[in-house]
Design a protein around this ligand. Structure first.
Ligand SMILES: CC(C)(COP(=O)(O)OP(=O)(O)OC[C@H]1O[C@@H](n2cnc3c(N)ncnc32)[C@H](O)[C@@H]1OP(=O)(O)O)[C@@H](O)C(=O)NCCC(=O)NCCS
Length: 161
């Protein structure tokens, strides 16, 4: 019988250039908005970027791309999650939640006050994940996505009490 893994068995660490093939192939297999290798390479090299992967025995199972962006005041930056994906066969065991939790830790260290993201309105699974991580719907952007045309749900999570 195939061993049932738990999310704790995966190592979470920053995405390195050598991981980009895996990240690109996971994103393609999930139909996520495609980033070119060059864009991803630039992203992971940025000081304001926080890009993490989940792996086991060097096999990459999921990734998250987040960038720290200016907030309402200079001393209160915010962050945007640009992409999150978990290999289909490893979904539903908590890897997505762990990637989010680790991202929150690195963002809190950077003094980030709030995190934002956009998600397709039909992507109930991702919306459920974000809700259980503490996000709330903040806005809707009609016909924000193309192929197919669809509204975006804008979600935010405040780190301020
Ligand atoms: C969305 C996604 C990243 C979730 O990752 P994951 O590792 O499967 O998520 P987790 O196992 O950590 O699950 C966390 C939450 O997601 C939801 N979830 C997970 N598996 C689910 C399933 N099979 N059905 C419905 N909801 C599910 C649940 O709300 C769960 O909360 P719980 O722990 O309270 O039950 C993953 O499904 C994925 O890669 N989807 C395709 C790409 C995508 O849509 N990315 C988001 C773009 S905005």
């Amino acid at each position: 019988m195939k061993e049932r893994l738990s999310a704790e068995q995966f190592e979470i660490r920053p995405i390195e250039p050598t991981n980009l093939d895996d990240v690109i192939s996971i994103a393609a297999s999930l139909g996520l908005s495609p980033w070119s290798r060059k864009d991803l390479e630039d992203e992971i090299g940025r000081d304001d970027s926080r890009c993490l992967l989940a792996c086991r025995n060097e096999f990459v199972e999921g990734f998250i791309v987040t960038r720290i962006v200016p907030g309402p005041t200079v001393d209160r930056p915010e962050a945007e999650i640009y992409n999150l994906g978990v290999r289909e066969e490893s979904q539903g065991i908590g890897i997505g939640s762990r990637l989010l939790r680790h991202t929150f830790e690195t963002l809190a260290d950077a003094g980030v006050s709030a995190v934002w993201l956009e998600v397709r309105a039909s992507n109930i699974r991702a919306i459920d994940l974000y809700l259980s991580a503490g996000f709330a719907e903040a806005d809707r952007r009609p016909a924000f996505y193309t192929s197919p045309v669809e509204d975006a749900v804008v979600m935010s999570l405040s780190f301020e009490s």
